[in-house]
Ligand binder design. Structure first.
Ligand SMILES: NC(=O)c1ccc[n+]([C@@H]2O[C@H](COP(=O)([O-])OP(=O)(O)OC[C@H]3O[C@@H](n4cnc5c(N)ncnc54)[C@H](OP(=O)(O)O)[C@@H]3O)[C@@H](O)[C@H]2O)c1
Length: 328
């Protein structure tokens, strides 16, 4: 099969399309013919040699999600059959024509979804769901703040947060993207560069402040979050786009009785991932199927254009997901 292979660590020039051995499904696994995958910040970091694949994932083929149809079932597969349309997350290896996954890690693609729409769902919506409702314990009517709101994960998280019925505030540096985000849902989207950002957030959030902040920025956002979170507020750190090291005033943590949770999907064990996927299938997949929430596809590139897709993400140009079309 053809796959994107990292020929070394570096810029988009290290991305090569090569023939690699076809994978074979073991017991309980299915072989999926991948029609589309999507790009992710982790793919860029892996390409630069900064984020090695976890054990069990191919070391040199990036790609954390897939959408495609089942081509073959291994022994003892019970819940799926050949020809079914499925999507899901991977530890790596998704930018390839075939992947092998455990049957219980698959999500059925909602009827009517294109391959490109389906490929834009798994990583962004599973991450957002897990952060809001499991790590962040979001309750009905609470106020949520989401950093990097136009990112694949950010935009899925905004939409999921709206389901809880409270106010949803997003931050996004690009004026153009802010205008487009405001048209996509009932979000207050603010410029993180505002000199009085804390006041602007409190105005949008209500005087008590933010109940739950979902952080994709890391270091530069720490003291801002400590300021805008209400007493007993929660912070879930998912990404470090702005850096990993900062100084923390633990006094604020104590005074406000804040909860800080770090979370990552990729390196979790298979059982933990299956548990999340099964819960998501019950609670969120029907809402996707009904159109209450929807993946946002920024752009679609053919597999052969993968370097252009990386460059677009690296320039921070995307709003929503950059999709790779693997096979028609
Ligand atoms: N923990 C997990 O399990 C998990 C899972 C998935 C993703 N993530 C993390 O979530 C983050 C987003 O991933 P993604 O693939 O959805 O990203 P993405 O679609 O590439 O979007 C990232 C956006 O963030 C903004 N941005 C970039 N650098 C920034 C900075 N230094 N400060 C503020 N904003 C910045 C840019 O938009 P503007 O310039 O318009 O603001 C950029 O377009 C990454 O850090 C990723 O590692 C974590």
């Amino acid at each position: 099969m053809r796959a994107v292979v990292l020929s070394g660590a570096g810029g988009p020039e290290v991305l090569e399309i090569r023939e690699v051995p076809d994978p074979r499904p073991g017991p309980g696994e299915v072989l999926v013919r991948v029609r589309a995958s999507a790009l992710h910040r982790a793919d860029l970091l892996q390409r630069r040699g900064l984020y090695p694949a976890p054990p069990g994932a191919p070391a040199d083929v990036p790609g954390l999600e897939y959408a495609g149809e089942i081509e073959a079932c291994g022994e003892r597969v019970q819940s799926l059959k050949r020809g079914e349309r499925v999507m899901g997350i991977l530890g790596g290896g998704g930018h390839a024509e075939q992947v092998v996954v455990h049957e219980r890690s698959c999500l059925r693609i909602p009827p009517g979804f294109s391959w490109e729409q389906a490929a834009a769902v798994p990583e962004a919506f599973l991450t957002g769901y897990d952060a809001l409702f499991r790590a962040g314990r979001l309750a009905a009517g609470e106020v949520v703040l989401v950093q990097a709101a136009a990112s694949g994960v950010g935009l899925a998280t905004l939409q999921l947060a709206v389901l809880a019925g409270g106010r949803v505030v997003g931050l996004c540096r690009s004026a153009d993207k802010r205008a487009r985000l405001a048209a996509l849902g009932p979000f207050h989207v603010l410029d993180p560069g505002l000199p009085d950002l804390g006041d602007a957030v409190r105005l949008a959030a209500g005087e008590d402040g933010v109940d739950l902040a979902i952080d994709l920025i890391g270091a530069p956002a720490w003291s801002f979050h400590a300021d805008v979170l209400r007493e007993r507020g929660r912070l879930v750190v998912l990404g470090l786009l702005g850096g990993a090291r900062t100084e923390i005033d633990l006094g604020t943590l104590l005074r406000k009785r804040l909860t800080v949770v770090g979370s990552i999907l990729r390196s979790r064990g298979p059982e933990e991932k299956v548990e999340l996927v099964q819960e998501f299938a019950l609670r969120i997949l029907p809402l996707l199927a009904a159109g209450r929430i929807a993946p946002v596809v920024d752009s679609v590139f053919d597999l052969s254009e993968v370097a252009r897709a990386h460059a677009r993400m690296e320039r921070n140009e995307n709003l929503g997901k950059i999709v790779l079309r693997i096979a028609r």
